[in-house]
Design a protein around this ligand. Structure first.
Ligand code: ADP
Length: 478
């Protein structure tokens, strides 16, 4: 009995304690939440202050600057020089955007949603004010030019057609200054080019999405605009039509030989259509180059993983004594082939820097118009990083290799030795998935033989397709 009572007492006490604890817990939790909130507010306030400071700097810079009197000495068709956009809510959507575009180029701005693509395009079109920086179009200082005087034509994702007007009327809209015959001739030509002649009498509601987008393009074509600005024009179309319109747009560009700036979040569109790609992230240009350059020589991890599908395999490795060791213990040697790749990469960086120095020189004063020292510094850092590697230092790196840049030999030994977890036949090739210390590793190999889950063997990397990235900055080392 005594024993039982005791036990009950103990239980009671503990349950009382729990109630007490709970209150204290609630109180503590509340205090913690309040502290967290205060910390968050403080951070937000600091961030707002930082944005304000940054925005003020951009705006002040503009006050001392009026670019209209000094046209750069180049024959480029569009020159965007240090463009910045700060919205009224202090969001700095575009940061120091500089790009020269030659006549006839098809430039694609690509990046994830919110990276500032549309804002850049809209500044070029004149639909958004430029906060700072200079814009020249076809030899004119364009910052203050009215949109209609810029010689640009814009095509939007939403088509923006007048529903109560026929296709013909939609295309003729705004061509009032031209004679009737001229308008007719232009529409006939554009309609044939875009294969919409038979729909000219229809209203937009009687057309499919693809046909509407052709009409929207037609409106730009009849204007004989020197510069086409296209903002995600294919996003509303289904996958099959998108592929078809992609090639039609390339053909249209070949026919018209005009200059196009095209905005998309779809890396495939960028790769297939552009003569030059500009990759953006958080309002900052990450890389400018031909589709091949950007694909083969991505400047950082962001570009490497954004461009290409399936995405590049990125493996965190440790290097020491000339060996690059992967998470499963397999390693590759920093051998002559890799050293040769480094040398090539270094030559490429040096060459592009020299070319830029040539191009960006002020003809009169001889001053170099870009921050050569800063860039030189970048090259030096690049060499330092890479030579650290060569002289057998120790550290972590990211190794990048695209799925198609490996071979897989069942039963053999390779750089990585693993067994297939999932095998997907995609027609002419297999997509093979492996488990590399908990990370999905993908190989794309020709379907000359059959591969199945459980096949064990060696994956070998093409030496000249290995990319090495700095762990901290994510920048390409070589
Ligand atoms: P993208 O076209 O790459 O998706 P946007 O140029 O539309 O990106 O937007 C870039 C950034 O600017 C985003 O953070 C977006 O929220 C912001 N932004 C866009 N338009 C406005 C606006 N009118 N006012 C304030 N912020 C805006």
């Amino acid at each position: 009995m005594e024993e039982e009572k005791k036990e009950i007492k103990v239980e009671e006490t503990s349950s009382n304690e729990e109630t007490f604890d709970y209150k204290a817990y609630k109180k503590r939790k509340k205090a913690e939440e309040a502290a967290l909130l205060a910390e968050q507010w403080k951070k937000e306030k600091e961030e707002r202050a930082r944005l304000n400071r940054e925005a003020r700097l951009v705006i002040e810079h503009e006050k001392f600057h009026s670019g209209d009197d000094k046209f750069p000495d180049t024959d480029d068709f569009v020159i965007a020089s240090h463009l910045n956009k700060v919205y009224s809510n202090k969001i700095r959507a575009v940061k120091d955007f500089s790009l020269n575009i030659k006549k006839g180029e098809f430039v694609v701005l690509v990046g994830p949603s919110g990276c500032g693509k549309s804002t850049t395009l809209r500044m070029i079109a004149g639909l958004e004010d430029i906060t700072s920086g200079d814009l020249y179009i076809d030899g004119n200082y364009a910052n203050k030019l009215d949109p209609k005087d810029r010689g640009v034509s814009m095509v939007f994702q939403s088509y923006a057609l007048y529903p109560h007007l026929s296709v013909y009327e939609n295309m003729a809209f705004g061509l009032g200054g031209l004679g009737k015959e001229e308008v007719k001739a232009r529409i006939k030509e554009a309609a044939e080019m875009l294969q919409i002649t038979e729909y000219l009498d229809r209203k937009p509601t009687q057309l499919s999405g693809g046909q509407c987008q052709r009409v929207a393009l037609g409106r730009a074509v009849v204007r004989h605009a020197k510069l086409f600005l296209l903002d995600e024009p294919l996003s509303n179309l289904d996958a099959k039509l998108r592929v078809q319109m992609r090639s039609e747009l390339v053909k249209l560009h070949e026919d018209l030989q005009n200059t196009m700036i095209y905005v998309t979040h779809d890396q495939t569109e960028a790769m297939t259509m552009a003569t030059r790609i500009v990759v953006l992230k958080d309002g900052v240009i990450q890389q400018i180059g031909s589709p091949k350059e950007v694909y083969d020589h991505p400047s950082n991890l962001f570009v490497a993983t954004f461009m290409g599908s399936p995405t590049m395999n990125v493996i965190k490795c440790h290097y020491k004594d000339g060996l690059i060791t992967m998470p499963n213990g397999d390693f590759i040697q920093f051998d002559d082939e890799l050293k040769a790749k480094f040398k090539k990469a270094y030559n490429r960086v040096e060459k592009s820097l020299m070319e830029r120095r040539e191009r960006d020189i002020d003809r009169e004063s001889g001053d170099v118009l870009f921050d050569f020292d800063a860039d030189l510094d970048k090259v030096e850092r690049f060499i330092r990083n890479a030579s650290n590697f060569v002289i057998d230092n120790e550290g972590d790196i990211y190794l990048g290799i695209r799925p198609e840049d490996v071979t897989f030999d069942v039963g053999e030994h390779g750089d990585l030795n693993m067994k297939v977890e999932v095998s997907e036949l995609l027609g002419a090739e297999y997509s093979l998935h492996y488990d590399l210390a908990g990370q999905d590793f993908v190989a794309r190999v020709p379907a000359k033989q059959m591969y199945k889950a459980g096949d064990a063997g060696g994956i070998t990397f093409k030496r000249d397709q290995i990319h090495i990235f700095d762990v901290e900055s994510g920048n390409l080392v070589f």
